[in-house]
Design a protein. Structure first.
Length: 365
């Protein structure tokens, strides 16, 4: 299995290591709920260096990204970040990504760990001849996510310029402990948070400095288990569970990341046709009305007939009830609609709700 530059830190902190997309990664350290609570109330630090990072540079970089992604890259000012998707010609989602505009003709693209090789290969395959240079920086850059209400104050110890400047969905190139890096105010938890892209040889120093700076605030190293729970509570999609190449952005509730006004892009014609006729299924959020925990691939039923499948599910620590995502026919997709979840042979009543399940208090930094 592959290892990130922070592997020894995970060992020293007692991380429980598992295989995730071919990477030896910590699923937890002290405990999933303990780490979840740290992010919701103080701060948590995540190693997400297993994700992929590609830079695109040159006069044709914007036009290239417009063609291979669903959102409108032209709307990005320098220093903006954007959630988007990469689709195949049939409109299926190859990956969901983040694009950072570092300069007029310079971009950083972050892709999922499970799709790293696939998407990097796809981008290079689709790149035109001309003034564009793609570079796979996945091994050269480490990626660390600092998340939680105390994250801004903690970041100030390592990169004060970013802590004092960045607003949500913004990024900047900045000095991080004497090395040039990229810091963005983005994350996968629903809390105030930052992601730091730093040279791999600086990863340990940055990680240790952030852990030390956050000691009094109650920062904790966090694994993939708490990250999955945190993202589910705010309704963020997980590739391989909630979407794949047989799922379109419109089915997955990600129409906000598709801009048809920008012109053609890979998969746009199929998606436009689907938009006009309406998707045959939709991803919905649901809460259980009785005690139980829904899990991935459990059946969704109505009137004794299977109508869909759970894609993500867990027990929400905040709501103290089972929550989940799943695909159902449109007539069951409106908030208030009810169906049953088959949990080990027992039917549990569920109701469709609006996302997010959890939203941080307005006015928080």
């Amino acid at each position: 299995m592959k290892r990130t530059p922070l592997f020894k830190q995970h060992q020293q902190l007692g991380g429980k290591l598992v295989d995730f997309a071919g990477w030896e990664m910590p699923i937890q350290y002290g405990g999933v709920i303990e780490e979840y609570q740290a992010v919701r109330t103080a701060a948590g630090l995540f190693d997400v260096s297993h994700m992929g990072r590609v830079t695109a540079e040159g006069r044709e970089a914007e036009a290239f990204l417009q063609r291979v992604t669903t959102n409108n890259v032209a709307k990005l000012a320098v220093g903006d970040a954007q959630y988007s998707m990469v689709c195949n010609p049939a409109g299926g989602i190859k990956d969901d990504i983040f694009i950072y505009r570092l300069g007029a003709t310079r971009f950083l693209v972050c892709v999922n760990a499970s799709n790293r090789d696939k998407i990097v290969s796809w981008l290079f395959q689709k790149a035109p001849q001309g003034d564009i240079r793609l570079s796979d920086e996945s091994d050269e850059l480490a990626q660390i996510a600092l998340q939680g209400p105390q994250s801004q104050e903690i970041l100030r110890a390592v990169c004060p310029a970013a802590a004092d400047t960045l607003k949500p969905r913004q990024c900047m190139e900045a000095d991080v402990l004497g090395a040039q890096g990229v810091v963005s105010r983005t994350g996968y938890t629903g809390e105030v948070g930052y992601e730091l892209y730093v040279p791999s040889h600086k990863a340990v120093a940055v990680w240790d400095s952030l852990m030390k700076a956050g000691e009094k605030a109650g920062i904790k190293a966090c694994g993939l288990g708490s990250r999955d729970l945190l993202r589910l509570e705010v309704g963020y999609l997980l590739y391989g569970n909630d979407m794949d190449e047989q799922t379109t952005p419109l089915e997955a509730g990600a129409a906000f990341a598709v801009d048809f006004t920008k012109g053609e892009f890979i998969g746009s014609q199929v998606l436009l046709e689907q938009k006009e006729r309406g998707p045959a299924r939709r991803l919905v959020a649901f809460e259980l009305l009785q005690k139980g925990v829904p899990r991935h691939e459990m059946k969704i039923l109505a009137d004794g007939q299977e109508i869909g499948v759970v894609t993500s599910g867990n027990l929400s620590p905040r709501l103290q009830k089972g929550i989940g995502l799943g695909y159902v026919p449109p007539k069951f997709a409106a908030p208030g609609a009810q169906f049953q979840i088959d949990i080990r042979g027992r039917m549990h009543q569920a109701v469709v709700v609006k996302l997010p399940f959890y939203k941080r208090k307005q006015g928080a930094a």
